[in-house]
Design a protein around this ligand. Structure first.
Ligand SMILES: Nc1ncnc2c1ncn2[C@@H]1O[C@H](COP(=O)(O)OP(=O)(O)O)[C@@H](O)[C@H]1O
Ligand SMILES: [Mg+2]
Length: 256
């Protein structure tokens, strides 16, 4: 018998190198159920690699990754026996949507479910319900190129939700969007947060991160430089490196 699982994601001592260069160096991070953890930091700091390691799109060199109580990676060895199941448990939303261009919005949301063995009728109903939930009930038959970036990203969120993940990973979901689309996507994410969705979020929308997060992690050079409550890390950081990052963020007019 095991005890109750309190963490959906548990990362310890995570390391990863590319071409002999350390991109992640001993990262420790935990995301409790219904918690929202935001990862911030400069470009090239290792944020995307960190997210990609969580669902093993990237293979770590060392450390432990535990998802919903199961160790899926340990010491450079993948011990997850069912990668497809892992990717249903850990949903991912990318910066550039990654929708299938030849499929309509609703087909995009149905497809992943079909692959996961959900019966067609149920998959369609679930897809329609999720498109409604992200405010796109009227766009089901549109193709990606006929939609705004914000609409496409909301379809991508619906697609990720369709597999009923236990945690959603967001990799700069609004950084290729205009302000109006950004607002639409942040509204959907805010609702997910209110519904108790567990999320790990890489973002440059610092006011949003401050608003929704339970915990903020500042990553630089593959290491966690500072972490804590949003108001501390973003409002009153203790590390000079964090202050520098926030100052340069402010001088760039807030993330864009
Ligand atoms: N597949 C890869 N092959 C080689 N280098 C990579 C690869 N992916 C990322 N990197 C490098 O790792 C570093 C961290 O990248 P990334 O995780 O994308 O950072 P961030 O998301 O914080 O901008 C960068 O220097 C990047 O060039
Ligand atoms: Mg990135």
């Amino acid at each position: 018998m095991t005890g109750p699982v309190t963490s959906v994601v548990r990362i310890d001592g995570l390391s990863k190198s590319f071409d002999g260069r350390k991109v992640l160096d001993g990262v420790r991070l935990e995301v409790g159920r219904s918690r929202i953890v935001s990862v911030i930091g400069q470009s090239g700091g290792g944020k995307t690699t960190l997210l990609r390691c969580v669902n093993l799109l990237e293979r770590p060199d060392g450390g432990t990754i535990e998802i919903a109580g199961d160790v899926v990676h340990q010491g450079g060895r993948t011990v997850c026996r069912d990668l497809a199941r892992l990717r249903r448990t850990v949903g991912m939303v990318f910066q550039r949507f990654h929708l299938f261009p030849h499929l309509t919005a609703i087909e995009n949301v149905v497809l992943a479910q079909r692959k996961a063995g959900v019966p067609e009728r149920e998959a369609l109903e679930r897809a329609a319900g999720l498109l409604r939930r992200v405010g796109l009930a009227h766009r089901g038959l549109a193709f990606p190129e006929q939609m705004s970036g914000g609409e496409q990203q909301r379809v991508a969120i619906a697609r990720a939700l369709a597999l009923k993940p236990e945690v959603l990973l967001f990799d700069e979901p609004t950084s290729s969007l205009d302000p109006e689309s950004t607002r639409e996507v942040l509204r959907v994410m805010r609702e997910l947060a209110a519904d108790g969705m567990t999320m790990m979020l890489v973002t440059h929308e610092l006011p949003f991160a401050r608003e929704v997060s339970d915990h903020v992690v500042f990553v630089d050079g593959g290491r966690i430089v500072e972490e804590g409550a949003p108001d501390e890390v973003l409002g009153d950081p203790s590390q000079a490196r964090t202050r520098e990052f926030l100052t340069s963020y402010a001088s760039q007019g807030g993330g864009r």
